[in-house]
Design a protein around this ligand. Structure first.
Ligand code: AMP
Length: 392
């Protein structure tokens, strides 16, 4: 089914065509018509499914149908867990709205940077505001923005917002919004906490599930290489070089670990950069754009820093260590195999992590094949299922 049959207006269709999209992704097919009718939406979708366009395009259309008041109040509010995701969502909103006339104004605000420039940006009014919860509350308390005219609320990556402890901020924000509004909630996973949040929030929502609950995107090939902890850096270096991987996102569990790994990869002539919470916003943006442009071959990131990173066709994701929470595994590997493209998610697993691997498998409902890398075989006897030597 083409985009033109979803009910989107010509300027939006043109912007989607400009972006190179020819066919809607499954979530777009289901969500766009529902959001256009004004219904609430509950969507089980992770990054990479095309979820941003599935809410951004119908929001742009709905807001364009009725003209804003003179003071241009915020009419659509999009909450995201991280600044990276907030920036990307706002970028998408601007991109999809580019041919609308008059244009709707979209802005983004997030913490970790000076608040004053954001207050200035908001002064002339904004139609669509993308924000992280804490900074939004700061801006409200300083009277830089009002939320009493919000018509549409989006909670993007709601599970991550809850994991990051934003529930109180979200509840405070909800209390500031008009009661009558449209609510759209996107989440990769559905914990009891998310269900609780949706109960008071969504009214007869249209439910869209593009992948089985907590299932990893099925376009992603998953492998667990069993290696000794002490050999992980050498094993990763070997994998990158011998397979000639050119764009790899590597997850580590600590900021210090990210820095250390990055140094070692650079020393091995693999151009790398690290992004984590201790890096300035400027350093993160430089690293990310270098990675997107292909100047940086390996981007080493912690979970929080990497959330929402959107790099088209990211081919390889590596878990240098398994995440502490299995749902983070789903998020991590959601960075590859995007919008139906194939991708590979590799985990380097040492014997101490076998339990964590089993928990991940329980969550995704599938076995991840264990393999060994020739030259880096594990010395303790691993509990393998169907593993074989490989040096692809
Ligand atoms: P998202 O899940 O919103 O983060 O989108 C994941 C990636 O898919 C982004 O790079 C989008 O630009 C891209 N994308 C979104 N919709 C489509 C589509 N219909 N066709 C091709 N690519 C798309």
């Amino acid at each position: 089914m083409p985009f033109s049959s979803l009910g989107l207006s010509e300027p939006l269709l043109r912007a989607l065509a400009d972006s190179g999209y020819t066919t809607p992704t499954p979530i777009q097919l289901r969500a766009i018509p529902a959001v256009l009718t004004g219904q609430d939406l509950l969507a089980a979708a992770q990054t990479g499914t095309g979820k941003t366009a599935s809410f951004a395009t119908p929001i742009l259309q709905r807001l364009a149908e009725v003209h804003h008041g003179r003071n241009r109040p915020v009419r659509a509010l999009i909450l995201t867990p991280t600044r990276e995701l907030a920036m990307q969502v706002a970028e998408s909103v601007s991109k999809y709205g580019i041919h609308q006339s008059p244009r709707l104004k979209s802005e983004v605000v997030f913490g970790g940077v000076k608040i004053n420039p954001q207050m200035m940006k908001l002064r002339g009014g904004v139609d669509i505001l993308t924000a992280t919860p804490g900074r939004l509350l700061d801006l409200v308390s300083q009277n830089a923005v009002k939320l009493n005219a919000v018509e549409i609320l989006v909670l993007d990556e709601a599970d991550q917002m809850l994991n990051m402890g934003f529930i109180h901020d979200i509840r405070k924000i909800l209390a500031m919004l008009p009661k009558k509004r449209q609510n759209l909630l996107f989440s990769a996973t559905f914990s009891a906490d998310i269900r609780k949040l949706t109960q008071g929030l969504l009214h007869n929502p249209v439910t869209v599930e593009v992948a089985a609950e907590n299932a990893a995107a099925d376009t992603v090939e998953q492998i667990a290489y069993t290696v000794n902890k002490t050999s992980k850096t050498a094993a990763l270096t070997h994998l990158v070089k011998s397979n000639n991987w050119q764009q790899v996102l590597v997850f580590t569990s600590t900021k210090h670990g990210a820095n250390k790994l990055c140094e070692k990869l650079n020393a091995a002539q693999i151009k790398s950069a690290a992004i984590h919470g201790n890096k300035s916003q400027g350093a993160r943006i430089t690293a990310l754009s270098g990675f997107k442009a292909g100047d940086i071959r390996v981007l080493v990131a912690t979970d929080v820093a990497a959330r929402g990173i959107d790099i088209a066709q990211l081919p390889h994701v590596v878990n240098f260590e398994l995440p502490r929470s299995s749902t983070d595994y789903v998020h991590r590997i959601g960075r590859t195999g995007r919008a139906g493209l194939g991708g590979q998610a590799v985990s380097l697993v040492d014997p101490e992590e076998y339990n964590a691997l089993r928990l991940v498998e329980k969550l995704i409902g599938a076995k991840i094949p264990r393999e060994q890398i020739t030259g880096f075989e594990i010395t303790a006897s691993p509990q393998r299922t169907g593993g074989h030597n490989t040096n692809k």
